[in-house]
Write a protein that binds this ligand. Structure first.
Ligand SMILES: [Zn+2]
Length: 274
């Protein structure tokens, strides 16, 4: 996926990055500890790294304040954009706090789940490769754990930082737009959204943003409706707002209620089939 330019001045997750990279590196360390001194490579990945390993809860508690900060700024920004007093947006209300915590838990859990999934896949590949090398006589049986540990650590070293950067940026963009959805609902003046691409958006976002059936040529949806369906992840497949993919930096433009704008023309809505 392309890294889109930050034309719309979106939050890029610079405060999420160190938390995520720290969590991934801690898990890599755990794998190393569990492999050290072992003679066999025939562990299941789950024996080396378990979903219940420390990290998730700690990570979650550290992420909540960062996400709250994004919600605070982004909700105010929407209020300002539609001509309301930004101070009316309060992230410390109980129902917004609950929404922030729920979305953050989702984020922390799915981050951990994909990390584990990738680790499992890579571990199995390495085991296969090492077995084949033993059979070909290229690797002595005594070298196996050492080789496996070395290769796993290289994998983590090569991937953890990029993975953390990708997730931090993508999740910051998601939090920004989720906050916008909530503040739009709260404002009572937003009727819907238009998808706004960047100056260099990918074909996915381009397809979402364009709508030949709409006189404006731009796709618009009513508040709460979806723009597109992508993939199978129940948390992420219904695309109501950017990101549509990792590193997506598109945004939404609010369409205001005709009664609020004193525009008697009805809004021309069009939808992607769900
Ligand atoms: Zn995009």
């Amino acid at each position: 996926m392309p890294i889109e330019p930050n034309d719309h001045n979106l939050p890029l997750g610079s405060r999420l990055y160190p938390i995520l990279v720290g969590s991934f590196n801690a898990q890599a360390k755990l794998v190393k500890e569990r492999l050290t001194g072992k003679k066999s490579i025939f562990y299941t990945p789950a024996e080396l790294l378990r979903p219940s390993d420390k990290g998730l809860i700690e990570e979650y508690e550290r992420i909540v304040p960062v996400i709250t900060g994004i919600w605070d700024k982004s909700g105010k920004r929407l209020y300002r954009a539609v001509g309301l007093d930004p101070e009316r947006w309060r992230v410390n209300s109980e129902y917004l706090k609950a929404a922030i915590r729920a979305s953050t838990l989702n984020f922390a859990e799915s981050t951990q789940a994909t990390f584990h999934e990738d680790f499992n896949g890579h571990y199995e590949l390495l085991k296969h490769a090492i077995r084949a090398e033993i059979e070909l006589g290229r690797l002595g049986a005594g070298e196996t754990t050492e080789q496996l540990t070395k290769r796993l650590m290289k994998y983590f070293q090569d991937n953890n930082r990029f993975r953390a950067r990708r997730i931090a940026q993508t999740e910051a963009v998601r939090a920004h737009h989720l906050a916008m959805q909530w503040s739009a609902k709260d404002s009572s003046v937003v009727a819907g959204w238009q998808w706004v691409e960047t100056s260099a958006s990918c074909p996915i976002c381009h397809a979402i943003a364009k709508d030949a059936n709409n006189p404006t040529g731009r796709r618009t949806v009513k508040l709460g409706q979806i723009f597109a369906v992508r993939g199978t992840n129940p948390d992420y497949k219904n695309i109501r707002f950017p990101p549509a993919h990792p590193f997506c930096r598109c945004t939404l433009k609010a369409i205001l209620e005709p009664s609020y704008t004193h525009d008697p023309k009805p809004i021309d809505w069009s939808f992607l089939p769900a």
